[in-house]
Design a protein around this ligand. Structure first.
Ligand SMILES: Cc1ncc(COP(=O)(O)O)c(C=O)c1O
Length: 404
């Protein structure tokens, strides 16, 4: 297996685009990544060749599409080391966390505690706030250190007899910090708590084996993983999925329905009410099969090299504040520029064809932790090049000059 960024780029049609008279430098990958031809073609293929609704048909097209949909589930399962029955398709990472929180709600008593961290995305905060508002759960937030690490001592001090769930990001979408999953699981298990890892960012950049991690739930989205929007996945240990109340009711998630009673289908279908995102699931399967065929170690080294290159070039910039300098962090650079609002920074970078994100990154508690209201964020993917890293730095230096 080899990894050649130039050859990879050629597989992503959109990367040939010009933006504002410049070649596109796409560094908004942590928000959503671009799609390789393998994904675009797999989705077009099903629409052109065999599309029908799944699981309910008795004709050839329905059977073909059902097979493709379930094959996508098997691809996802293989990718994370799970069994297909342990993979629920959702519309994204957000819906996957909501499904777990809603599924546990009836078992949460007033005073039960949910432990999160200050670096969570709102997707892994707000569903738990629902349990606070509606069930009287207590939320506890593990602190983040100045350099962007999870404060493990503080985390340990928060977990106790009332802890029901520990829900923490595997990799921060703002800081790039990769959290010590094994240690988090160990601490949570000692207290008998369930563990959910938000893998929306981590799974893009590193192999994930849910059995080795021994988590109860692992969630991620398709659109950050070079797949389409409208699709994500929830891994749940077989016994844990069976213990969740169904999230939504409707067709396909039932055993039988009468005027008096209902029975439920087994997981994962119990959690996939109605017509699922069929084409999107097949697209996610294609993205995963495509990524699994790449040299992921080489990709990780490439992305780390891009981050180190940018960080080195910006080392002397006294107008720059970087949020998150944890050792071993992933290739996400969140920053503020002295005297400039992050939105203005992003808009000026766009004039040079450089796409970055700016705002709170759906992580307001983390923004508050660092005493900022927003930041800009450049996030790297496997198709970014050293030349693009240099063009980003040049454009950022020119941008800063507007505010000096
Ligand atoms: C760490 C993290 N968790 C959850 C989400 C939400 O995922 P989705 O957009 O698939 O709902 C994101 C997306 O930005 C994220 O970065």
């Amino acid at each position: 297996m080899t990894f050649d960024p130039a050859a990879i780029r050629a597989e992503f049609p959109i990367l040939r685009r010009q933006v504002n008279g410049h070649p596109l430098v796409y560094l908004d990958n942590a928000a959503s990544a671009q799609k390789p031809r393998a994904v675009i073609e797999a989705m077009a293929r099903v629409m052109e060749g065999s599309y029908a609704n799944v699981h309910r048909g008795l004709h050839t097209l329905a059977n073909e599409t059902t097979d493709a949909y379930e094959a996508a589930r098997s691809s996802v399962a293989r990718f994370v080391g799970a069994a297909p029955e342990e993979i629920v398709f959702t519309k994204g990472g957000t819906e996957a966390v909501n499904l777990v929180a809603a599924g546990l709600a009836a078992d949460i008593q007033p005073g039960d505690e949910i432990v999160l961290s200050q670096m969570e995305h709102h997707a892994n905060i707000v569903p738990w706030h629902f349990l606070r508002e509606r069930q009287g759960a207590v939320l506890r937030f593990a602190k983040v250190t100045d350099d962007g690490r999870l404060d493990l001592d503080h985390l340990k001090s928060l977990i106790g007899a009332r802890t029901r769930v520990v829900a923490i990001s595997h990799m921060s979408n703002v800081l790039g910090t990769i959290n010590p999953a094994a240690e988090i699981v160990r601490i949570a298990r000692e207290a008998g708590a369930l563990v959910l890892l938000d893998g929306c960012q981590a799974i893009v950049h590193q192999p994930v084996d849910v059995k080795a991690l021994d988590v109860d739930f692992y969630v991620f989205s398709g659109h950050k993983l070079y797949g389409p929007t409208g699709i994500g996945a929830l891994y749940g240990k077989a016994g844990r999925l069976a213990g969740l109340r169904p999230y939504q009711g409707g067709g396909e998630m039932i055993g039988t329905v009468s005027e008096e009673v209902i029975t439920y289908a087994d997981p994962p279908h119990r959690f996939e009410a109605g017509t699922p995102p069929i084409i999107e699931a097949i697209g996610l399967g294609a993205a995963i099969d495509w990524l699994a065929g790449q040299d992921r170690e080489a990709i990780a080294a490439h992305e780390a090299g891009l981050y180190a290159r940018v960080r080195d070039k910006l080392n002397g910039a006294n107008w720059l504040r970087v949020l998150g300098e944890a050792p071993g962090k992933g290739a996400i650079l969140s920053f503020t520029v002295e005297g400039a609002h992050a939105h203005d920074v992003a808009q000026i970078l766009d004039r040079y064809g450089v796409a970055v994100r700016a705002g709170t990154h759906c992580a307001e508690p983390l923004m508050a932790r660092y005493g900022v209201t927003s930041s800009a964020r450049a996030s790297f993917a496997l198709y970014n090049t050293e030349d693009e890293a240099d063009r980003f730095v040049e454009a950022l230096v020119k941008t800063q000059a507007f505010f000096a």
